[in-house]
Design a protein around this ligand. Sequence first.
Ligand code: CTP
Length: 409
Amino acid sequence: MSLQGKHIVLGITGSIAAYKSAHLIRLLIKKGAEVQIVITPAGKEFITPVTLSALSDRPVISEFFTSGDGTWHSHVDLGLWADLMIIAPATAATIGKMANGIADNMLITSYLSMKAPVFVAPAMDLDMYRHISTQRNIEKLKNDGAWIIDATEGELASHLEGKGRMEEPENIVAILEQFFSTRNNLLNKKIMITAGPTYERIDPVRFIGNFSSGKMGFALAEECSSRGAEVFLITGPTVLSVSHPNITRVNVESAVEMHDAAFNIFPQVDAAIFSAAVADYRPEKMSEEKIKRSEKEKFSLTLTSNPDIAASLGKIKEPYQLTIGFALETNNEEFNAIKKMEEKNFDFIVLNSLNDQGAGFGHDTNKVTILSRDGKKQSFSLKSKSEVAKDIIDTIFETTEARNKKLEV
Ligand code: CTP
């Protein structure tokens, strides 16, 4: 992999870890990137612009105007020039300013004008990192679409030791290379994703629902769209929001509504991922009025079965269309998952076991095994749902690539 010809804006802030930036610049340039440094006033206390411009072979930008002739530095042009911006090291102060749009230096104005993806490698002491205010700002940046490069990310350590330390330059470069290599590997693909719970109305104020948060489906939608796909996200009621412009969100409430939306969209897509927790049954009749408490000791509702969205689309799917299902099992997990994959005509099924701590409904983490129709099996460790989404899409992509290559030979 390389970074040949990539335009990278490297933002440097006032942290002791700024010494690592020198090494980072060398590595980026060795990989073929062009690097433009933007440094904050505090950053210059830790590493000199002379060193940085010598290493990057470009003048360092730090003020709004050059001191000699008063020429204005255009952060707008920089935002258009860049293929990627990375702030490494990023202090708590800079993260806070980025999260709140406080544009009092060139680095923040460049960030606000940036048209390219932004990566942030935090560097600060553990107490500052742990502080609720820093955590809130980091969350805000993530929601704004930035990627946070955390030294311990991936291991999901329950303790925070090592957190706040800036990631090593070698690892940062590997992450950026990986990013560019997967970035457009779903370009021109259309993908439908079902997500969240369904609500089946009993009367105007009550429903039958489930604890699905929609997090896994939303993470998959973000991952697919960040790789260039056009995503149709059909979601049941959830508090989540989407950030990527390539995601078309279709809000539904019940299984029947989800089924109808999915049937409309499915014929135009290359792949469909069924991550919704669809209610198997709904009340046979919804009461128009609020059901009153009665004197009777017992009360019963008659339920009628809902359409199985995945199974019915599995019947009409074309050979070029891929479908991926989810199975949440408590016993005979693999056996049941494989059975489901065959019954619903999935190409892959993602199994998560309710026996695993931290996996499944409501959690931010998940632990999955991916089974494929051609008998392959891959198990992953407990990870954040966005990491799991990456693994799922990588696995599907690699398997189908390998299969297509075999077909071509
Ligand atoms: N699914 C669906 N429509 C339904 C039920 C399920 O599209 N009415 C999809 C889910 O999104 C998931 C897969 O089918 O990808 C398996 O869902 P699950 O609820 O585990 O399977 P069921 O067939 O309902 O089996 P059971 O609840 O008996 O385990």
